[in-house]
Design a protein around this ligand. Sequence first.
Ligand SMILES: C[S@@+](CC[C@H](N)C(=O)[O-])C[C@H]1O[C@@H](n2cnc3c(N)ncnc32)[C@H](O)[C@@H]1O
Length: 451
Amino acid sequence: MTPIETILRDPAFPRLKAMVINATGLAYYADKDAAFAERINRRLPYGRVTSVGGYLAALEAQGPGGAEYQGLINELTVGETFFFRYIEQFDALRAVAIPECLRRNRNSRLLRIWSAGCSIGPEAYTLEILLKQHFADQLDGWQVHIVGTDINANFLEQARRGAYGDWAVRGLSPETLDACFDRLDRLWSVKPKFRQWTSFMPFNLVEGTIPSYPHGIGLFDIILCRNVMIYFDEATRHRLLGDLHKALSDGGWLVVGHAEAGPQLNELFTPVSVPGATLYRKQMEPAAPPPPPPPGRWAPAPVGTPRPAAAKPSVRPAAAAPAVPPPAPLDEAAGERSTALESCLARIEANRLDPTAHYQLGLVEEELGVGDPVAAFKRALYLDSGFVLADYHLALAYWRRGRLGPAQRHFRNACDALAGRADDEPIAEGGGLTVRELRGMLDLWLSGEEA
Ligand SMILES: C[S@@+](CC[C@H](N)C(=O)[O-])C[C@H]1O[C@@H](n2cnc3c(N)ncnc32)[C@H](O)[C@@H]1O
């Protein structure tokens, strides 16, 4: 009998496996006995312990902080990662989530990001590189914290060293390599200027409580927890998603791996889709109820505000997710929505030549799945051909209806309308949206257009 067969037949084997899965969440091994036994074999003989039962007893005696326990975890975890992995998710953070955080935190000037299950660190460093390459001016004078956590102590050690072989930087252009890394022997060492905001610490995502303020785990603006939950079972994933939700500030953003989306995410978070990626946003706490809008005075929420999950559009494209979402509905309550509809209609009745009233009617109609929003946006543009958000929302409305040609034409029109305008100029009817931010959104739509 081989050593692995001996381990597999040991009566203590199932208990050891259950104990480890319970402590780490790694249910991935539930139906992979041979792989699990092979890793146990690498740890045996541990000291004088040679049987699985003895090994289990030794682990239990040590507790989760023990050295052998940690050694076993280091064997069991899978750390595959690389810089700018799923680039489209980083593009989405750059175009939508980070600008929103900068707006929301402009008073506190604090930005907190968590790379949960960071492995050897590329995800966390990628975030610092992204922030410094695209938001350096805006973050001047801010406190930025990027914390990477993992259960595997060896991974964290390498993360702190910040030096990598070719595999972790695969796919990066020579320019990016040159800009972000120093060559150290045969390794790629993250330049010191991209390590100032990033730190690493051990943290087990399935043990203890989240948020954990003593560990600095809580009140994050953005959490990336990618390719971690795929190793967990449904119950653990469910619990962890609830915990991550609690660890985000109101309005904060969660990014998960492509294989990790599921119905619970959509229940807890508002999915915000941009081309190639979906981000998940925690709803803002509702503020004190606003006074009812006086007729004709309603204004939509900022253009980048995601719609609450409950108010999904009735028309959805079959293949792809919607773009940067249209503005939030006026209010949650259906009664208030219809008041908004009436209010828009009343404004149009009072002044048929008011482009803003037609634009807002389009937004409300699109939101409620009633009327003809395409026609309303077109009227707004007819009355004011430079109404850039009317072009943008007309493009989105076409896109949702599968009419890609006109959608593309109006995205382009919106782009052209921004040409020559100052980056920080506010967009009319944009609720604080700037020219730079709208350009970022449009770039996402138009990049790859040729292909
Ligand atoms: C495949 S890597 C993902 C790395 C990175 N997030 C990415 O997507 O490129 C999964 C990481 O999750 C970590 N992990 C697994 N179980 C964990 C747990 N219970 N607590 C914290 N980290 C865990 C592993 O050690 C590993 O580094």
